[in-house]
Design a protein around this ligand. Structure first.
Ligand SMILES: [Zn+2]
Length: 159
């Protein structure tokens, strides 16, 4: 066996015991997929404490909003948007890379790539989008933070 089959074969039993469906800390975290970014560990939480919504960049996308709606339906009332330094999503794909992909495949990329070039600007934009979304019942406690991967520090950008 190779690749993901190996990983699945070696999977340990991971029952959730008596954990409730709603997260104990009533908080949803939107974070990047980056393997260095572990919201539970960074925020001092444990399994069952948070809903973690992940995508490349930790962006407030349409799908992140959809997941957040489900999260708030299941009891979360606070949101932390966590972006991070040295984020690979910030530079990918470049316009050149996108053009190359489209030339190679002969097809236009038909999904939103959410390009961004400044962490703080994108973080503020994302928090603002959440605060202005009328479909979210809980919009009073939304914070935007940047996790600094080198120092391990979390810096609040949007209170
Ligand atoms: Zn990232």
């Amino acid at each position: 066996m190779t690749g993901s089959e190996d990983l699945i074969r070696q999977a340990r039993s991971a029952t959730v015991g008596t954990l409730p469906k709603s997260p104990r800390k009533n908080t949803a975290v939107i974070a990047c997929i980056d393997a260095r970014v572990e919201p539970n560990r960074i925020l001092g939480g444990d399994q069952g404490d948070f809903h973690v919504i992940r995508n490349a960049g930790g962006l407030v996308t349409g799908d992140a909003l959809r997941s957040l709606m489900v999260s708030q339906f299941h009891g979360t009332s606070r949101v932390i948007v966590m972006m991070h330094t040295d984020c690979a999503a910030m530079a990918y794909p470049t316009a050149t890379e996108r053009d190359r992909l489209e030339a190679e495949t002969g097809r236009r990329i038909d999904f939103d790539l959410y390009p961004f070039d400044d962490l703080e600007t994108e973080l503020r934009r994302g928090v603002q989008r959440l605060r202005e979304t009328p479909f979210l019942p809980n919009r009073d406690n939304i914070k935007g933070v940047i996790y600094e991967v080198d120092s391990g520090r979390v810096r609040t950008v949007v209170e």
